[in-house]
Design a protein around this ligand. Structure first.
Ligand SMILES: *[C@@H]1O[C@H](CO)[C@@H](O)[C@H](O)[C@H]1NC(C)=O
Ligand SMILES: *[C@@H]1O[C@H](CO)[C@@H](O)[C@H](O)[C@H]1NC(C)=O
Ligand SMILES: *[C@@H]1O[C@H](CO)[C@@H](O)[C@H](O)[C@H]1NC(C)=O
Ligand SMILES: *[C@@H]1O[C@H](CO)[C@@H](O)[C@H](O)[C@H]1NC(C)=O
Length: 368
């Protein structure tokens, strides 16, 4: 029985009680699939609003969220993010930020993602919830579910659930914008192997806890984000994509592919969707008119070259910023994050596509 149901029965209202029953029985349903979300600003639904950090790692002010929310939620976009669309396609409620619903209910899943987070604890350390800490919170949720539902039903819920990850970008971007002794004291390959090694450990821990169905994103086109182009202009006068970041993204994505192959070989019952976000984003970059985009280089909101400075909303170091008049024209909403329209397109491809997602799209993964 969830806390929610206890509360509703406490009110002793027949109508609410029947609604509660339907929530309750859906947990019993063999085909009930929860969605657990891990990662960075691509997925953060507001966890960073609750931690001691700075506005560099937050988006809980206007104009963030304005397309689809009555108030800014902390999502780094003008509206919904990819996990919101996936929840919608799967007919689940929006998956809430963990810190907003710390005591549940958890039967539909929960979102642990934190803007700025990396696979390495060193990445933006002290400002974000790193991946290993996100895993720790997941284990708390698992314990909570066992108390409420019992071990058997929790096991069933966790093995039917989908676990979605976007992690890695910040491990690489952070090496450009702050000093990283870890990066400077290792080769690029060693550094990528650490990022992937820590990520692998987290997947294995979730598997041990009962998780079987995973969604992996390749690192996107981070060298082509407005921030990367702005840095490139400052450093080299070139307005192109930042090659050093593209190289790291490519190395990461190759290592990620190997990681998935090995997990698939070693973990019995392992099922997954691998979304080649890098390739999908590249395709959209190269075919903007196909998707009704007028500008895939400049952010809708920000300042400086390509509006690539992180000033959107005027609540970070830089107080002046520009806001575009039609966000639907833009691939990027701010210096490094896509517009809701881009996220809707990506989520649709991830959910039912056949070109950039393999071996299962997420719709199929939910049914497995
Ligand atoms: C939050 O962080 C700041 C700076 O890092 C620190 O000065 C402050 O004491 C912290 N506050 C809490 C409540 O931890
Ligand atoms: C990075 O480290 C170098 C040398 O250790 C120092 O001169 C520089 O100010 C540091 N930069 C930042 C952003 O901390
Ligand atoms: C995880 O990253 C740390 C650095 O944050 C590194 O020392 C450690 O070896 C990594 N673990 C794995 C399994 O790669
Ligand atoms: C960039 O261009 C400006 C003006 O064209 C020039 O003064 C400057 O030296 C250039 N900087 C670099 C790093 O090439």
């Amino acid at each position: 029985m969830t806390n929610f149901c206890v509360h509703v029965f406490g009110l002793a209202l027949a109508l609410l009680a029947s609604f509660c029953n339907s929530v309750h029985s859906s947990a019993l349903n063999e085909h009930h699939v929860a969605l657990f979300v891990f990662g960075d600003s691509l997925f953060d639904a507001g966890n960073n609003n609750y931690i001691n950090t700075t506005n560099d790692y937050r988006a809980n002010f206007r104009p963030y969220g304005e397309t689809s929310f009555p108030y800014p939620t902390g999502r780094f976009s003008d509206g919904f993010l990819i996990p919101d669309f996936i929840a919608k396609f799967a007919k689940l409620p929006l998956v809430p930020a963990y810190f907003r619903v710390k005591h549940g209910p958890f039967i539909n899943g929960v979102n642990f993602a934190s803007a700025g987070a990396g696979s390495l604890a060193e990445t933006f350390s002290g400002m974000v919830i790193d991946l290993k800490t996100q895993l720790g919170y997941f284990k708390k949720v698992s314990g909570h579910l066992k108390q409420e539902l019992g071990t058997e039903r929790t096991k069933e819920l966790l093995s039917n659930a989908v676990y979605m990850f976007n992690i890695g970008s910040n491990d690489y971007v952070s090496t450009l914008v702050s000093n990283s002794s870890l990066f400077s004291s290792h080769t690029k390959k060693e550094y990528v192997d650490m990022v992937i090694g820590n990520f692998t450990t987290v997947i294995e821990e979730i598997y041990k806890e009962g998780g079987r169905k995973f969604v992996f994103f390749s690192v996107g086109n981070i060298g082509c984000a407005p921030l990367a182009r702005a840095l490139n202009i400052q450093q080299t006068n070139s307005s192109g994509c930042l090659g050093s970041l593209q190289t790291l993204a490519n190395m990461h994505n190759e290592a990620l592919q190997n990681m998935i192959t090995n997990l698939n070989k070693n973990l019995q019952g392992f099922k997954y969707s691998h979304f080649d976000f890098f390739a999908f984003a590249t395709y959209v970059f190269n075919n903007p008119s196909k998707y009704g985009f007028k500008d895939t280089k400049t952010a809708c909101c920000g300042s400086g070259p390509f509006r690539g400075f992180p000033s959107c909303g005027g609540k970070r170091q830089i107080k002046e910023y520009e806001l575009c008049s039609n966000v639907e024209d833009y691939l990027f909403f701010d210096y490094a994050h896509a517009s809701e329209k881009t996220y809707r397109l990506s989520a649709t491809e991830l959910w039912e596509g056949t070109t950039y997602v393999a071996p299962n799209n997420v719709k199929l993964l939910f049914q497995l």
